[in-house]
Each structure stands twice: as structure tokens, then as C-alpha cells.
Design a protein around this ligand. Structure first.
Ligand SMILES: Nc1ncnc2c1ncn2[C@@H]1O[C@H](COP(=O)(O)OP(=O)(O)OP(=O)(O)O)[C@@H](O)[C@H]1O
Length: 646
């Protein structure tokens, strides 16, 4: 039991002390008021030690003042915690670097350019709900059968019609992370009209797509980086019939609003970075803000009714997230782009029977898609010349489609037999981008080896992610602990200063006042020094107490003593029943204090949680009754645990 060592030291000391003062242990509860401050000292020591043991705090050394002891102890604790936090932060950075390395290795192994396919499910209005001519025998292969002609397409991954938005984003998440870590990233949704590009990118309220999820992740990753400072901006533009249009600037029809320069031009910086001159850039602080902008921009996008889709996108919609990363003390600054692109629907113009404007839109879309395919293919084949200049789309994306960047193309296909021709075209585009038809396929052994390597890296990346999560949680706890411990040390320091300023007793025991404001000596014996500052009486409570004491004094010189003796005796004599009475009077006081200074009580509660200080709990309430109850409680504790009092 934690009180046992008092039997030989402090408790004997109290006993001795009381005897010297003409008191006995049994008469302790009825002690004279003039003694209370002096004999309170050993009791205070017990109380502090009890609280210290409970809160794993300092022990008692009678030669040291409690304030100094506490302060030194908490400072040591604080220092230890701070050292631990620094070490953890170093380790955290190392693990972060390891994770980044693993991620890069993984993306390299998966290749910088990857082509996925997503097949949308049948929709209620689909006329040909038969999946006969399209087969997906493996996770990365599609077979088609048209007019007796079989064709195989190899992709990096195929998402089946029942794939969820979650599954799709699980492949996107690492790319968003590498954008935060300093790489340019392009994510495209490609496919025929009505194949589900907008569904994948934007999604619905119940099934959010890549855009809302990526925005969320960008901010999440940025907030978790404890070292770098991020500045994130949002831009949105469309490429309509070969022209760039700012989607964050309202225009009447297709004409620029008066006074607003909507003429966007593509500029190439000296370092090879591409800038779209006059494009609106909005600094965003949250995903909600970004989504609000996205909604605004999407509402301005050019759409039209087509045979295949009621609200068919007639342009390429490009969302750009610029991430400026300030790498803290190293003074390094990086700027990179995350592009989320919903391409215009690829379509065979003969099939859609498009005419007039729709025909022109279709032509423009097809031309730029073809140019994009050429660029991706050239990059994939590591060709010396990459034909960026063949379309506005590839020009805008030049620095983000470089070899050092990451590109993911999600080719969308329809499950309908009716759309088979379009599906084969889209898969042909995917194959061309992957350069498969040029005999660049890996041998089955090499593919197997690569798969094993990827699986291992995925596993270690997951482990590192878990480790990082744990470390973040650990750091948070440490930071909270440091904050709470700091509270203790500063309060102890302040109290010591205050003690020095408002020295209560001189050596003869007579009262001294050093402040004209704080006449709290009557109610603040020295042992209060170990009580946090917020537990001290306020000016008004001190004043109130003084009034009550004056009243008591006016009622008769002994009143105060008697009253004190009475409440104390009650506790000692009638045990629990009377303790309840004291408790209720204390509760009363809490309620009054609560309404008067709710904040103080909050702090008080917080303190109790952190320190588990039993003594504090009682002494907190700066009334005579509570202070007695504090002592009584200590006595009760001793009484319960030792036969000493019997
Ligand atoms: N995976 C899916 N799950 C459920 N519904 C989907 C899915 N993919 C697409 N759809 C539905 O199919 C319809 C067409 O999809 P969407 O508008 O996304 O096509 P799109 O390729 O963007 O067309 P366009 O190029 O004409 O803009 C929408 O009603 C959409 O909700």
C-alpha cells in the first residue's frame, strides 16, 4: 500500500510534532486555530506525497520547499518528454524518407505511366445488356470478339463493373501522395461518351470520385507533414475546340466578361516549367473550399446533348492543384502540379452522326486525344522526340507529362455490345499508349518477377504507413503531455514568485502584508504553494471570505475557532455521514464557483485528470470548510490504512 512508509517517518513526525505542541493524535481534529498553519505542514507533506505517488510525482524531502521540489521534478519530467519528442521526430522523418523511397520504387516498378481500364456497369436504359463479346479473364487482360475476330488487350489493371470508387482511389492515393512529396502528377479519365469518365472523376454525393477524394488527401497529407509548410492553389480550365478557357471566370456565352482578361496563353519558363498566363489561381485552405470552386467551374463547362449522353462533355476539363512546399529550415522550396483531367468523350463521328458544332467539337476532341496518345506512347517508348506541340492539351501538360512525372490514364469502356466498336478503339488507344503493339511486352517471367517485387513493396509500404500512423499518434500524446507538464512548471514558478512577494508569516509567526491587493494570508497558509495558481482564491473570493471572517469576529472572538472545530469534529466523529455534509457544502461551493468562473472549473477538472492529486481536489475550493475537509480526508485515509489512529 502506498501509505506504508509514513509509519516510520512522516506519521511519527506528526505524532512527535503534535506532542510538542501539547496536542495528541486523538485531539488533532480539534486543534486550535493558531496551530493549524504550523501543524498543517507535516499533513501537507503527507498530502503532497500521496498526490505525488498517485501522479508519479516527487517524494518529500523536508529540507526542500515543496515549490522548488515540484518545479524541479516537473522540469525534469518535461525535459525528458521533450527529449523523447525530439528523438521521435527524428525517427519519424527517417521513416517518412523510407516511405517516400519505397513509394518511388513502387511507382517506378509500376512504371511512370500506367494505363488502367474501368468498365462501367449496365444502366437501366442500356438496350444491349449482354456482356458476351467482352471478356475479362484476368485482372489486366481484356478479350473482345467482333465479327468472329478475337482481340486481346493488355493493361496495367482492369476495374470490373462492380468496382467501387474506393477501389479505384486505392490506386490513385499513392500518386496524390507523391504529388505532395514533390512530383508532377497527371490523372486522366479517357473514354467514349457516356462510359463513366465524369462518374470516376467527380462521382456523386454518395459515391464521391477521384476529385473530392484527392483534394481531401492533399490537405490531409499536408496537415500531417510536421516539417514543411504548404501553399495550395486551385485552377480550372477547359480546352474547347482547341482553345483554353478559364472555368473560374464567368463569361457571357463563350465571350469573355468585360473587364476580365480571359485570353489564356501557354508560356514556357526557363526551367522548363509551363505556365498558363492569365489563368485564375485561387489559394485554398480546405478541401471544402476547393470543392466549392470545383462545382463553380464544372457548372461553366461546355456540355451538350448527344446520342450517347444527355449531358455530354464537349471539352477537356483540367483541374490543376499547385502545391508549393516550403521545406522548413532547409529553405528548400518546390512547386509541383497535380492535374485531374476529365477528357472529352472520344467518339467515332460517323456513328454519332454529329453535325455542325457537335461535329466540330468531336473533331477537336479526337485530334487532341490522338496527340495525347502520341505523347504518352513516345514517353513510354522513351523516344528522344516527344510531340508535345501537336495540341493545346499536350502543350499545357508538357512539364507534367515529362519522364520524371507520374501519369495514370483510366480508360473507360461501356459493357454494351452496341458500343463494341468504340470499346475496341479505346482499348486500342490504351494499347498504343502502353506501346504493346510495338513488341515491348515483357516476358511472362519478367512480369512475374515484377509482380512479386510490387507485392513486396506494397507490403513494406503498408507497414511503414502503419508505423507512421503510430508515430503520429505517439507524438500527439507526447505533445499533449508536454503541454500539461508545462502548465505545472509554470504554475509552480509563478507560485514561488507569488510566495516570495506575499510572504505570509515572519519567523515569529506574525502576519506580514506585502501587497495591497492580495490580503489572502488568512486563507492561504504556506502549503497552498503546491497548489496550482488557478486554484488560488480570486480577489472577490478573498474579499468575500474576509467579510465572513469579520462577521465571525464580530460575533465573538472564539466563533471562528468554534466553527472550525465543529466542522472538523463532525468529520472525525461521525465519519461518512458528516463527510457527506462537508461534501455537499463543497458541492455547493463548486456550483457557485462554476457559475462564477466556469473556465476555472474546467481547468481544475483538467488538472485533476492529469495529476490525480487527491489533496488538490480538496484544497481547490478556497473555503475554510474545504480546507478542513482536505485535512479530514487525509486523516481518514491514514485512519483507513493504519491502526495508528486507533
Ligand atoms: N461505375 C459506374 N457506376 C454507376 N454508374 C455509372 C458508372 N459509370 C458511369 N455511370 C453512369 O453512366 C452515366 C454516364 O456516365 P458519365 O456522365 O460519367 O459518362 P462520361 O464518360 O463522363 O460521358 P461524357 O464524355 O459524355 O461526359 C451516368 O449516368 C453515370 O452515373
Amino acid at each position: 500500500m502506498f501509505l506504508s512508509h509514513y509509519e516510520t517517518t512522516e506519521v511519527n513526525q506528526i505524532h512527535q510534532f503534535l506532542l510538542e505542541h501539547g496536542e495528541s493524535v486523538q485531539s488533532l481534529p480539534g486543534s486550535k486555530s493558531h496551530d493549524t498553519f504550523t501543524w498543517a505542514e507535516p499533513l501537507k507533506a503527507i498530502g503532497s506525497d500521496v498526490s505525488a505517488q498517485l501522479s508519479d510525482g516527487p517524494g518529500i524531502n523536508p529540507n526542500e520547499t515543496q515549490g522548488t521540489k515540484n518545479r524541479e521534478y516537473w522540469q525534469k519530467v518535461l525535459q525528458g518528454l521533450e527529449d523523447e519528442l525530439v528523438a521521435l521526430k527524428c525517427h519519424y522523418e527517417a521513416v517518412q524518407a523510407e516511405r517516400k523511397d519505397t513509394l518511388n520504387k513502387l511507382l517506378d516498378l509500376k512504371e511512370n505511366i500506367r494505363i488502367f481500364c474501368r468498365m462501367r456497369p449496365f444502366l437501366p436504359n442500356d438496350r444491349w445488356p449482354l456482356l458476351g463479346p467482352i471478356l475479362i479473364p484476368e485482372t489486366a487482360t481484356i478479350h473482345t470478339l467482333k465479327c468472329g475476330q478475337k482481340r486481346n488487350f493488355q493493361l496495367d489493371k482492369v476495374f470490373l463493373p462492380d468496382s467501387s470508387q474506393d477501389e479505384v482511389f486505392s490506386e490513385i492515393g499513392p500518386l496524390v501522395r507523391s504529388a505532395i512529396e514533390g512530383q508532377n502528377v497527371c490523372i486522366f479519365a479517357y473514354g467514349q461518351t457516356g462510359s463513366g469518365k465524369t462518374f470516376t472523376m467527380e462521382g456523386t454525393k454518395d459515391h464521391p470520385g477521384i476529385v473530392p477524394r484527392a483534394l481531401q488527401q492533399v490537405f490531409l497529407e499536408a496537415s500531417l507533414d510536421s516539417v514543411a509548410v504548404f501553399s495550395i492553389t486551385f485552377s480550372m480550365l477547359e480546352i474547347y475546340r482547341g482553345q483554353l478557357r478559364d472555368l473560374l471566370v464567368k463569361s457571357s456565352g463563350k465571350m469573355p466578361q468585360s473587364g476580365v482578361n480571359c485570353t489564356l496563353s501557354i508560356q514556357m519558363g526557363a526551367s522548363g516549367s509551363v505556365e498558363v498566363e492569365n489563368l485564375t489561381q485561387v489559394r485554398i485552405e480546405s478541401p471544402t473550399e476547393a470543392l466549392h470552386l470545383y462545382e463553380k467551374g464544372a457548372s461553366l463547362r461546355s456540355t451538350a446533348w448527344t446520342n450517347s449522353n444527355e449531358t455530354s462533355s464537349r471539352s477537356h476539363c483540367l483541374l490543376r492543384i499547385m502545391i508549393e512546399k516550403n521545406h522548413g529550415q532547409r529553405g528548400l522550396k518546390t512547386m509541383n502540379k497535380l492535374w485531374l483531367i476529365d477528357l472529352g468523350g472520344s467518339e467515332r463521328l460517323l456513328k454519332t452522326k454529329a453535325q455542325g458544332q457537335t461535329l466540330e467539337e468531336g473533331k477537336a476532341i479526337n485530334m487532341s486525344l490522338s496527340a495525347l496518345g502520341d505523347v504518352i506512347s513516345a514517353l513510354h517508348r522513351k523516344k528522344h522526340h516527344v510531340p508535345y506541340r501537336n495540341s493545346k492539351l499536350t502543350q499545357v501538360l508538357q512539364d507534367s507529362l515529362a519522364r520524371s512525372s507520374k501519369t495514370l490514364m483510366l480508360v473507360h469502356i461501356s459493357p454494351k455490345e452496341d458500343d463494341l466498336g468504340e470499346t475496341i478503339c479505346s482499348l486500342g488507344f490504351a494499347s498504343r499508349a502502353r506501346s504493346i503493339h510495338l513488341g515491348h511486352e515483357l516476358s511472362s517471367e519478367a512480369v512475374q518477377q515484377r509482380e512479386v517485387g510490387i507485392a513486396e513493396l506494397v507490403k513494406s509500404s503498408k507497414n511503414l504507413d502503419e508505423k507512421i500512423q503510430n508515430m503520429r499518434a505517439e507524438m500527439k500524446v507526447l505533445e499533449q503531455l508536454i503541454q500539461s507538464r508545462k502548465h505545472f512548471t509554470t504554475e509552480d514558478e509563478t507560485l514561488e514568485e507569488e510566495e516570495a512577494r506575499h510572504l505570509i508569516f515572519d519567523e515569529e509567526g506574525s502576519r506580514k502584508k506585502s501587497s495591497k491587493f492580495l490580503d489572502t494570508s488568512e486563507f492561504k497558509p504556506k502549503y497552498v504553494s503546491s497548489i496550482p495558481r488557478f486554484m488560488n482564491p480570486t480577489l472577490s473570493s478573498s474579499y468575500k471570505k474576509r467579510l465572513s471572517v469579520d462577521n465571525l469576529h464580530s460575533a465573538g472572538p472564539d466563533n471562528k475557532i468554534r466553527r472550525r472545530r465543529h466542522s472538523f469534529s463532525c468529520v472525525a466523529d461521525t465519519g461518512m455521514k458528516e463527510t457527506e455534509a462537508v461534501k455537499s457544502s463543497r458541492t455547493q461551493k463548486v456550483k457557485t464557483d462554476d457559475t462564477r468562473k466556469g473556465e476555472g472549473k474546467q481547468q481544475y477538472k483538467q488538472k485533476l485528470n492529469t495529476s490525480s492529486a487527491i489533496l488538490f481536489e480538496e484544497v481547490t475550493l478556497d473555503s475554510t470548510v474545504t480546507r478542513f475537509s482536505s485535512r479530514a480526508r487525509i486523516l481518514q485515509k491514514i485512519d483507513l490504512n493504519h491502526s495508528f489512529w486507533r
